[in-house]
Every structure is written in structure tokens, then in C-alpha cells.
Design a protein around this ligand. Structure first.
Ligand code: ATP
Ligand code: MG
Length: 247
């Protein structure tokens, strides 16, 4: 048991969830490395949602509400860390969940689907009958009625190549990635530089707030957003946080 008073409680609990995910067979062993890299960036960010992240989270909520065919991609880390929160977001913005794994095995896909269903997920795309162009077979498998046809795709912790393939297909790609320098962060349409544990509930909160807004207001939010500028702000916020650190 990790005591709540431990100064690194949140971070250690998150780590524990990933380890449990690996033990249950829903998270890949590679997920541990991804989590470690994320944690390192979260430390530099100050383990809080920055202004730039909050802005991207609001724009992401608007883009999901405006979408004709939104979808939320779920991998083994997402399923371990925020399963209930991602199901809630899926319900609020009416976007199905699709399990989409970098280290894909049918066994793990099915385990994640069962895991999500056991927690109440009803809206799931479960076919694997289409391929993302330019992505090697197993990694490119998607649902022809899900990610393949979607106009807006939320990809928490996506790989750079697949993010690029989705953008090349003309989709609006919303990435959640603690590393503002990763290929995914650099290539996405809307990049949220925040921990998924904070980002997903924030997007849900904004979606609830914006749900009854006029379409024009939502379009304005999305059109005004400049991802390159916001990424530069994210890097500057890290630099400012480091500069303010008491050595
Ligand atoms: P890319 O392929 O985009 O260049 P990468 O190869 O460096 O990225 P991957 O291992 O493909 O990275 O994906 C892991 C990414 O997810 C890392 O950039 C990491 O910072 C990020 N990440 C890991 N855990 C979290 C988390 N809890 N919340 C948000 N981002 C995270
Ligand atoms: Mg990668």
C-alpha cells in the first residue's frame, strides 16, 4: 500500500495501474516504457494541467462535438489508466471507442474490449476489416466503420507513424501526449500536452459546458486554434517551470 501522504502518491498510483494492466494482460510490456517517458515529461511540466493544455482540451471538446463521425482510440495504457473516464467521455460526445494497439494481438484486443464492457462501455467499434494506408499490416488494422471512416479521431498516446497516416487521410487528429516534441505531438491537428489522467476528465468537462453552444461558436474555437503556436507555448511553459525551480 502506498500511503496517501506520500509526496509522489498520484504518480506511484498511476504506475501501479499500468503494472496491474500488464499483469491482467491488457497492457503491453512496452506500455511500461511509454509510461516512464510520459512521467519524465510530466515532472518537467510540473504534474499539472498548463494553460496551453487547457486551451487544447477545450478545442478538442469543440472538435469532438462538431464531428460528424468522431471516434476515440483506446490502447492498453488508456485501458489501464482511465477506463471509466474514457467511457464517460465517449458517452458525453457520443463517440464510439475502438481498441487500436501498436503491439496488436487479437487476445489483447479482446481482453480490452471485455474490460471496457465490464465497466459499462456500450458504444464500441470492434471490427478489424480495414487498413490504414502505408502502415504495416498488424499495426494498420482498423474498423471500416470506426477509425477508418471517422472525421475526428482522439488518439491518447499514439505512435508517430499512425498519427501521420490518420492526418494524411484528412482526419482531424486530437493527440494526448506529454512529450511536446514527439512525432505524434508535432504531427497531430490538436495536441494536448497533458497526462491522460488529467486530460480526459478536462475534455469531458469542457464538452459538457459546450454541449449547448451554437455551432458557430464551436467552429470559431476550432478555427482560431493554432497547434504550432500552442505547442511552442507548451515548450515555453516547461522552460518557465524549470527556470522558476528553486535549486
Ligand atoms: P513518436 O512515435 O510520436 O515519436 P515515441 O516513440 O517517443 O513517440 P511512443 O512510445 O510511441 O513514443 O508513445 C508514448 C508516448 O506517450 C510518449 O511520447 C509519452 O510521453 C506519452 N505518454 C506516456 N504516458 C502518458 C500519459 N499517462 N499521458 C500522456 N502521455 C503519455
Ligand atoms: Mg513511436
Amino acid at each position: 500500500m502506498i500511503p496517501k501522504s506520500h509526496p509522489r502518491y498520484e504518480s506511484l498510483m498511476t504506475r501501479e495501474l499500468i503494472v496491474k494492466g500488464v499483469e491482467k494482460g491488457i497492457t503491453s510490456i512496452h506500455g511500461l516504457i511509454a509510461q516512464g517517458r510520459g512521467e519524465a515529461f510530466d515532472y518537467l511540466i510540473g504534474e499539472k494541467t498548463t494553460e496551453s493544455a487547457l486551451k487544447a482540451e477545450k478545442v478538442a471538446a469543440a472538435a469532438l462535438l462538431l464531428a460528424k463521425k468522431p471516434i476515440i482510440s483506446v490502447n492498453g495504457n488508456v485501458a489501464a489508466l482511465v477506463p471509466k473516464k474514457i467511457i464517460k467521455l465517449s458517452e458525453i460526445v457520443d463517440a464510439p471507442l475502438e481498441v487500436n494497439l501498436f503491439h496488436r494481438t487479437e487476445e489483447r484486443v479482446n481482453k480490452i474490449i471485455q474490460h471496457l464492457r465490464s465497466l459499462g462501455a456500450k458504444n464500441l467499434c470492434t471490427k478489424s476489416d480495414a487498413l490504414l494506408p502505408g502502415i504495416e499490416h498488424e499495426r494498420g488494422k482498423v474498423d471500416s466503420d470506426g477509425i477508418f471512416r471517422a472525421d475526428v479521431v482522439l488518439v491518447p498516446l499514439e505512435d508517430g507513424d499512425r498519427c501521420e497516416a490518420l492526418v494524411d487521410m484528412g482526419k482531424t487528429v486530437i493527440a494526448i501526449d506529454l512529450n511536446p516534441l514527439s512525432r505524434t505531438a508535432q504531427g497531430a491537428s490538436i495536441t494536448i500536452v497533458d497526462n491522460i489522467t488529467r486530460a480526459v476528465p478536462n475534455i469531458s468537462k469542457f464538452a459538457e459546458e459546450l454541449k449547448n453552444s451554437k455551432k458557430d461558436a464551436l467552429l470559431g474555437l476550432v478555427d482560431e486554434f493554432d497547434n504550432r503556436k500552442n505547442l511552442a507555448d507548451a515548450v515555453n511553459e516547461i522552460a518557465a517551470h524549470l527556470a522558476s525551480y528553486q535549486y
